[in-house]
Design a protein around this ligand. Sequence first.
Ligand code: SF4
Length: 330
Amino acid sequence: MLTTTEIRSALQATGPRQEALFAEARRARDAHFGPVFILRGVVEITNVCRVNCDYCPMRRDNTTHNERYFMAAEDIVQRAKAIHEAGIDIILLQGGETTRSLSAVREAIPGIRELYDGNVEVLLNLGNMKRSQYQELRDVGATSYILKHETSDPELHQIMRHEPLEQRLRCMRDLLDLGYKVGTGVISSLPGQTLDSLVEDIELAGELGVHMCSVSPFVPAPDTPLAQESSGSLDLALNAIAILRICYPHILIPSVSALEKTDSGGQSRGLAAGANVMTVNFTGDAARDRYLIYGKNRYVVRLQHVLEIAEQAGLQRRGSVFLEPAPSVP
Ligand code: SF4
């Protein structure tokens, strides 16, 4: 565990000091998990969102270049079939925050579980909901949930997301309380963010007791109020990943597509900084082009890319760490 002062200093590491930080993070990862990475498949089920985050092209007010779509339950299960065929046992259903997708998700989850005879992690990333809605999804078989705090600075959170941080944290606590494995996440280099607030982001992940945490460098996206801002620093994001790994060796840390979008080779460097999760896109061409996570020109992660960079990093692929091991046959 690092102190607040040590985290602050490590966030600014460069050159040999940064290399030493990454080496320590890799040691922590390999000591806890072994030389492996966890592979997920994602289906982006809708680009409709009631929230208006200033950094996101799927924000409510972007009606110009956001051709809206919802996947039906049967389409979601079809996409899940492709993930199953690729031998991946974590299905991430991701989309904007809208209650209009709830019934399709509720209907799709049992169909997904059936594909795997129940041996599947159903991971959701669908935003804030009422506790009763999280409960319903848990009851039909959801295992885990990603709900990123993005920034722990209450004022900046309100400015960027037009929503209170406290509401987000309440949702995270509900999810943990209901037995979900929970992932949070941070945007580094968010305009208006200070180094001290990034330190607090890292410490908050520990305080919440979450099971996963991502770091995404800020990406200035078209059709957003932040389109003219500069791209976030890849080094700062990588340093934050390494610090998270050293402070909390047991958590899952994805090497996200925003790292690759910021700089070619970014995801490979994410693994070198101690990340241990990669997510392959299975949305399907038609919907994928309309899912404007960083605008139309986003980096789409394919299986081949993941397998190549993992091999270079000396990491073997493995499945969900949240599933019960199969009982051994006597
Ligand atoms: S970041 Fe998420 S919650 Fe915010 S506008 Fe985009 S899809 Fe909606």
